[in-house]
Write a protein that binds this ligand. Structure first.
Ligand code: FMN
Length: 212
């Protein structure tokens, strides 16, 4: 891949405030978004999150009301809600070990060492710490989504500006052992969004990096 081409796309990407509600993504684009999220790295590969992809406009209007009225929620093609799993227990771990076993053709016995390691580390965290850990993994998936969308040539807006507990209530997440963590909208930018022309504001590299 041409690296400069990728860097140019990262410059092109911005947190889109105004989406064009008339421009849709097609099924293939949505499939690619799903793959980019699915292929995200996560601690031990546990992927302790699920992502809701919301089309329903009535639901999105309700969610917008608890997202400080941010217009992206209803203007974009889809709203994605990254939800942390709040129940990472032995059943969850065993389902993961079974997936590795079946996918890679390794016996469950041969995966015992890995299971023990995860059991003795992640599963021993208290519930609050474990949820924070799960939320961090969800943010990594969000990061992957943002880079992927830039690469694909459409737009996204990551958002923390919403009332997490109200999302949990509206979407019935507690019953599913999920917690709304961070959201993103995807679609195409509106030509009217002036922010797309603004220069990137970033720390200078000498403040960001130390080479030792
Ligand atoms: C985790 C996270 C939460 C954010 N929350 C919001 C938000 O609620 N509303 C919004 O308009 N932008 C939000 N942003 C966008 C940032 O303001 C934006 O990424 C930052 O200013 C850098 O600009 P750029 O992404 O356009 O380069 C969020 C970004 C991140 C990564």
């Amino acid at each position: 891949m041409n690296n400069q081409n990728y860097i140019d796309k990262l410059y092109y990407r911005y947190a889109t405030k105004k989406f064009d509600p008339t421009k849709n993504l097609d099924d293939e684009q949505i499939e690619d978004v799903k793959k980019a999220i699915q292929l995200s790295a996560s601690s031990y590969g546990l992927q302790p999150y699920e992502v809701l992809i919301i089309k329903d406009m009535d639901l999105r209007k309700k969610l917008k009301a608890v997202s400080y009225g941010q217009p992206q929620i209803t203007d974009a093609f889809r709203l994605l809600v990254f939800c942390a799993n709040t129940k990472i227990d032995e059943d969850y771990l065993d389902a993961y070990i079974k997936n590795i076993s079946e996918t890679r053709g390794i016996s469950i016995d041969d995966l015992k060492g890995m299971r023990d390691t995860i059991y003795n580390t992640t599963l021993q965290m208290d519930e609050e710490t474990k949820t924070i850990w799960a939320q961090k993994q969800a943010y990594l998936a969000l990061g992957n989504l943002l880079s992927a969308v830039a690469h694909f040539g459409f737009d996204a807006c990551p958002m923390e500006g919403f009332e997490n507990d109200k999302y949990d209530d509206i979407l019935g997440l507690k019953e599913k052992n999920l917690k709304a963590t961070v959201i993103a909208t995807i679609g195409y930018r509106s030509e009217e969004d002036q922010l797309q022309h603004a220069k990137k504001v970033r720390k200078p590299q000498n403040e960001l990096f130390t080479e030792i």
